[in-house]
Design a protein around this ligand. Sequence first.
Ligand SMILES: [Zn+2]
Ligand SMILES: [Zn+2]
Length: 314
Amino acid sequence: MNTSGHNPPEPEPDRPIDPDQGGQSNSGPENTPRYGQGHEPEQPRYGEPSHEEPRYGQPQYGQPRYGQQSGQGIGQPCKNHPYITTTIRCQRCGEPVCQACSTQAPVGVQCPQCMAPARAMYRQQRRRAFLKGTPVVLTLLVVNILFYLGQRAYPQLTADMWYAGAYGFEKPWRLITHGFVHSPTGFTHILLNMLSLYWIGRPMESAIGSAKFSLLYFASLIGAGLAVLLITDPMTPVVGASGAIYGIFGGLIWVSRRAQIPLVPLAVILAINLVISFTLPGISWEGHLGGLVVGLVLTPLLLPKSPNSRTSTR
Ligand SMILES: [Zn+2]
Ligand SMILES: [Zn+2]
């Protein structure tokens, strides 16, 4: 009783489906459906796309969009970026790789994984070339460190190698040997000098060659010693490779100028270093200046004459 009589969703039995009047209430008179058509909602009206075809701009799943090549199939996810589909394949392992992952190698497109061995080999070759390229700088680094260890083991070594104005030309080898010992009390002196030698010595040796680099290095050391002889208090001994490093600095200015590398950064670093030399106590600014002058004077003579040099008028 209760379940059958008062339920609203029950279909109304007193409104029969009349084929003559059905559809008249919700459609205009101009598109009144013909007999039998009004109750078939599956059929599209005029102008509406049928359900079988996708609407314009709506791609169907599994089919290529407009502009995609349908013949070669859809792209596959990149092996490294699964959210990127790609049609590129690595020529070596055959796996799909996206544009960002593919490298154009001589043998074709390669994925990063297949490129790794070639890259490692290239890196090793470069390392070998580097070791071959600057043997003097590397030797100087080793020799300086060995002498420093010697100083720590035998404190007398420092006094045996340093130079002071009081020696004059009495022990001329000290003009060179003072450049191979450093302040034995700490690490800072040798560390800064060896870093500078590594950073500016390598490009300089590659630029002018090992023989000319050696000449520049030792000439700058002697220049530093002579400046100490001329200017410094004769009783104050000096040690360190700084004079030679300033000589390289001076030479690098010429090399950079020849290579048309901007000189301002180099000049600023040099100026800062010179200011430090002049202001901090215990640093031989005289030796720095002497080495720099030698580097500035000597390097133009070592450099090959540039073909388009406008300064040579003779
Ligand atoms: Zn591969
Ligand atoms: Zn990728």
